[in-house]
Design a protein around this ligand. Sequence first.
Ligand code: C2E
Ligand code: CA
Ligand code: CA
Length: 489
Amino acid sequence: MIEGVGSNLTEDPAVQGLALNFRDISERKALEEQLRQLAFHDPLTLLANRNLFRDRVQHALTLAQSGHSSVAVMFLDLDNFKNINDSLGHDAGDCLLQAVAQRIVKTTRTSDTVARLGGDEFAVLLEGIAAITDVERLADALIEILDLPFALGVAFSTPEGGAETLLSNADIAMYHAKAAGKNRHVTFKPQMQDMLHERLRLEADIGRALAQQEFFLEYQPIVDLGTQSLLGVEALVRWRHPEAGILMPGRFIQVAEECGQIVKLGRWVLKQACLDVCSWRTSIAGGAGLRLAVNVSGRHLQHGELVEDVAQALRESGLEPGNLVIELTESTTMYNTDANLERFQRLKALGVKLAIDDFGTGYSSLSYLHRFPIDILKIDRSFVSRLTNSDNGPELARAVITLGETLGLDTVAEGIELEPQVSALLALGCVAGQGFLFAKAGSLEQLSTSSFVARRTALWTAQAARGELSATGRFRALNAIGRRAAGAA
Ligand code: C2E
Ligand code: CA
Ligand code: CA
């Protein structure tokens, strides 16, 4: 490529004429093109980057407004990509991103713009849309072809909204897709905006709430199903929000996980629960054998210093490690299994017990039950409720409970609401449980006056019981003692 520059030098006494300069600028042009590529494309996938995508959206909106047609934007976000990167390495992560990029390009029309917005986020711009169902069909096709867990949000242009609004709406929709569970697409609706505002407000509030001591704990009793005496408690966090009132964990745990505050919150819960139970149990007969279960987020396990936090809570409270149960949900414990295994082993080395929460609802693979040093399975409420519901698969519920027993693990049934569930559980060998049938979560002072504590006291004071009750940590022991005590009376 040649560039020519002409200069009029007729006034120059040395030249007195026109000068023409020619030079080869191919190299410079190529460099410019490279820079343009860099400025507008993602080097890994060669897709459009965020800048170019935003330009294209702007342009498409202008065209759509004059032609009275509509534009749609899709946001895609791979689930748990970070785990893939952490466990398989960055090269594998890069390959995966490239493969995803190729598949999206293949599935979309050539007139659509596909972009990588950063990290594991992709976007598609669809112009000249004839029908909403066309977009939905594409979304379904993407879910089909990607064959990976991801969330997909869709937003359509509106006559009044600009590019920023359209992009942010697609982002909000994707957020909702994430919350709704894996592999689905969600289309933006205006009321989602309000929910986003609430989230943002909560996120900002959590930091303050920690400093101002707005969180507090309630305790749900875990009882021996045979004797209905107290075995321990599960700590459940609540938030006394100055404007919104008392918030339950369902409203804020996920937000805390996403903004990273969960580690601080989890640390506070651990320490507070240990301190609460240690001072409370001195008033309970045989209180030194009561167990405390604390819920811990998978993020805390993976990104925080959970082992150190647990050790510190034990040290500062004086709770014996064997009385502390760390509850982790099935799904979070399954990822990145080698690294998690190592963390589990370090936790176990402290002497604490590990429980899998909501057991049966997460991963189908059960191999980790053998690999991981787990002590307790908490049988999810959905199985407990199916136990006595003959048309809704009691066999599965039975299988899940029997599995725990076969593996020699303690099983604790959650969400027991009906009396017949108790007998069904006992018949399957599950001897410990919690649920509204017994008590909702409340203060430890309230629990002191409950029938579960009274029964524990009665058992404890029965001479025969004392030795065995302190001798073993297994729930079964109490049950046996209960039967014997009942027989003796
Ligand atoms: P989870 O660990 O499965 O806790 C049991 C939840 O079921 C509690 O809800 C409890 O109040 C409720 N529940 C107990 N018995 C029954 C019953 O018979 N029927 C019904 N329908 N529900 C029952 P809550 O307190 O709202 O907690 C919800 C979830 O929030 C917990 O589920 C746990 O995953 C999470 N969570 C609670 N506290 C903490 C915490 O300190 N840290 C973390 N990371 N998560 C927490
Ligand atoms: Ca739990
Ligand atoms: Ca649970």
